[in-house]
Design a protein around this ligand. Structure first.
Ligand code: NAP
Length: 253
């Protein structure tokens, strides 16, 4: 029998932002399958995710916060960490706003940057600070995008934020790798979630995207969940500042 213990999260307590749906839900369920318990951080009911996680025999609790409000979310994270050690943090929550660059508003810029980059960085800071202060190892997995590498169309703030997520991940890895905190990032390809509903409803965009994916299909949240487990588990002990594309081969094309 093969030894899968390097991929086990048994006994681990992991926080996942935006765990109520989409990729965050897929990550929560994958953590549960690997034996970990999950704390969902977000603003909407996570009852469905709780059901899926508990069906795997794992524990789930929800912690409500509007992640656009970084101060409140950080205070919540600090409370969670004071209650019991947190073995990992997955910064998954994110939003997108679409408009031509010539019409892009400051509101659409700020809203996306606040959730996707500003709160993400300060959550990483709060988590890393606690790990360092307690001398405990830690794991951070950030969720980036293909638009961390490419320009995209009509998504100025999203592209800027996701380029930023890659840079911040690398910076934190440089500062914390020797201190036992692994910081890595997943770059999902095109995944079937609310975030991509508009693209999938546009027959021309949908067809042209699918034609370019070597795997010949869109991704599903489970595809990202299993990659997140790898980056949270012992199997990736020596990975720092790495970006893992999970994109059906899109970037290889
Ligand atoms: P989604 O289904 O729209 O989920 C986004 C998640 O973020 C939801 O849980 C949402 O909660 C949460 N969220 C957004 N703003 C929030 C706020 N202010 N406070 C609390 N929670 C907030 O999209 P998804 O595709 O799963 O996206 C998850 C991550 O993957 C994002 O960072 C996204 O950029 C990234 N990504 C997605 C794709 C893709 O193809 N789907 C590709 C690359 C990267 P609510 O339901 O309450 O809004």
């Amino acid at each position: 029998m093969s030894d899968l213990s390097a991929f086990s999260l048994a006994g681990k307590r992991i926080a996942v932002t935006g765990a109520n749906t989409g990729i965050g839900q897929g990550i929560a369920v994958a953590i549960a399958r690997a034996g970990g318990s999950v704390i969902g951080i977000g603003r909407s009911s996570m009852a469905e995710t709780a059901r899926f996680v508990e069906a795997e025999g794992a524990g789930f609790s929800e912690a409500m916060a509007d992640i656009a409000d970084s101060k409140a979310t950080i205070a919540l994270l600090e409370t969670l960490m004071a209650a019991a050690p947190l073995d990992g943090l997955v910064n998954n929550a994110g939003i997108i706003r679409r408009a031509d660059a010539v019409d892009f508003t400051e509101d659409d810029w700020d809203a996306v940057m606040d959730v996707n980059l500003r709160s993400l960085f300060f959550l990483c800071q709060a988590y890393g600070r606690a790990c360092l202060a307690q001398g405990r190892p830690g794991r951070i997995v950030n969720i980036a995008s293909l638009l961390s590498f490419q320009g995209g169309i009509r998504v100025a703030s999203y592209t800027a934020s996701k380029h930023g997520v890659l840079g911040i991940t690398r910076l934190l890895a440089n500062e914390w790798a020797a201190k036992g905190v692994n910081v890595n990032v997943i770059a999902p390809g095109y995944i079937e979630t609310n975030n991509t509903e508009a693209l999938r409803n546009d027959p021309d965009r949908s067809r042209s995207i699918l034609e370019r994916i070597p795997a010949g299909r869109w991704g599903v949240p489970d595809d990202i969940g299993d990659a997140a487990v790898f980056l949270l588990a012992r199997a990736s002990n020596y990975m720092h500042g790495a970006v893992l594309p999970v994109d059906g081969g899109w970037l290889a094309r």
